[in-house]
Design a binder for this molecule. Sequence first.
Ligand SMILES: Cc1cc2nc3c(=O)[nH]c(=O)nc-3n(C[C@H](O)[C@H](O)[C@H](O)COP(=O)(O)OP(=O)(O)OC[C@H]3O[C@@H](n4cnc5c(N)ncnc54)[C@H](O)[C@@H]3O)c2cc1C
Length: 405
Amino acid sequence: MNTDTIVIVGAGQAGGWAAQTLRSEGFKGRIVLIGDEAHRPYERPPLSKAVLAGDAHADSTHLLKQDAFDRLDIDWRPKVAATRIDRPATQVHLSQGEPVRYDKLILCNGGRARRLEVPGADLPGVFTLRSIEDAMALGAALSANKRLLIVGGGWIGLEVAATARKKGLDVTVVEAMDRLCKRTVPPVISGYLHRLHSAHGVEVLLGTGVRALARAPGGGLSATLDDGRAIACDAVLVGIGLVANDALAREAGLACEGGVVVDSQCRSSDPDILAAGDVAAWHCEWAGRRMRLESWQNAQEQGIAAARAALGMAVNHQPLPWFWSDQYDVNLQIFGMPAPSHRVVVRGDPDSHVFVVFFLDQDKVVAALGPNCAKDLRFARRLIERRTSIDPERLADSRTPLAKL
Ligand SMILES: Cc1cc2nc3c(=O)[nH]c(=O)nc-3n(C[C@H](O)[C@H](O)[C@H](O)COP(=O)(O)OP(=O)(O)OC[C@H]3O[C@@H](n4cnc5c(N)ncnc54)[C@H](O)[C@@H]3O)c2cc1C
C-alpha cells in the first residue's frame, strides 16, 4: 500500500496501542507519535488508585517498557502539541518544529478534566486528576493534609474518596445530583455506593453544588455550597467529568459532536483521518446511540482498530462496553450500557457486598453490573453477547446457577 507516514496525535493509551499495532501488523513506514506530555504512553486507571495511594510507582503505568517502546522505532515527539491540521496539505502543525506530513492521521488526543467555573476554582490546593503530574500533586496534598473536599460524586471522585480515606483523611463528597454516579448506574447501585462510603466515614452531600471557594482566614480553604453551607477543608479535588479534546478536529472542519464523529471503522468525515479513545464519538450498537466511551477497554480496542483501519484492514469496532472501578475492597464492574428504559432485576442482596444487577430489554439481558461478582458477570457477559431470552424470575433466584441459564 502507498501509506508511508502515519501520524498519531496523542501519546496516551489509545495512541500507544495504535502505534504498537501498526508495527505488529507489519507496517514498515514512518510512525510519528505526537504527545504533549513528557511520558511515553501510559494507563490512567492506577492514578486514582494505587499510584495515588503511594502503593505503585508512576512508571508502572507505562504501556511498554523503555526497550520494547524503543524497538517500535517510532518518531516520538514528547512535550509537543499538535496545534492545527491542514487537510489540503495533509500536514499537522506543531507547537515546536516543522509541520509533519501524513498519509493517514489518527487522533487519540483524549480529553481534559472539566474545570469548576466558580470563584476561587484556581486557588492553590484545588486539583483535578488526569495525568501523572496531577496524581503526584494530589498525592502530595493528601499526604500533607487532613481534610479533603471532593466536588463530584462520579467514578473518579469516589475512587479518590476511597484512597484518601485509606490515607486517613477526613473526606466530604459534594454531588449536585440526587444520587451518586447517576449518569451511569441505576438507583440500587447509587444507594450501595452511598452506603459503602458512609460506612467508611465519608460524608456524602447530595443535591448541592459548590458556589465558591476561598482561602479560609485561619489557613486552608473554605467552600460555600449552593445551599449556603460552608465546608472547611485543606484540599479540593474537582471530579466533574471530561471534555473531549475535539477542537483540533473541529477547526479542521471535521464533523464533531461532543467528540470527533467516527464510524465503526474509526474513520472521521475525512477518510484519511481516524480517531480513537476518549476523543472519538461513534454509534455504539450496544447503546443504540452515538456516544464517547471513556474507558480503559475502549481506549485499547479502538486504538487497535484505528491502526488496522489506517492500514486498510477491515474492522468493525463494536465491543461490548466494559468498565470497572475499585473502591476500598470492592471491585465493581459494568458490562453493556444500562439505560433507564431497561427492566432491572437484582440477584442477591443489595445490602451485602456481592450482588448482580441485570438490565433487560424485553426478555433479553442487555447489561449487567455489580460489586465483587466477577465470576457471575462473566456468565452475564455471555448472556448479553448471545442475546439469550431469559425468565427474569430465574435470573433473580440466586439458587439457580447462572451457568444453567
Ligand atoms: C484517574 C483516572 C482513573 C481512571 N480509571 C478507570 C477505570 O478504573 N476503569 C476504566 O475503564 N477507565 C478508567 N479511566 C479512563 C481511561 O483511563 C481513559 O478512558 C483512557 O485513558 C482514554 O485513553 P485515550 O488514549 O483516549 O486518552 P488519554 O489517555 O487521555 O490520552 C490522550 C493524550 O493526548 C494528549 N494530547 C491532548 N491534546 C494533544 C495535542 N493537541 N497534541 C498532542 N497531544 C495531545 C494528552 O495530553 C494525552 O496524553 C480512568 C481515567 C482517569 C483519568
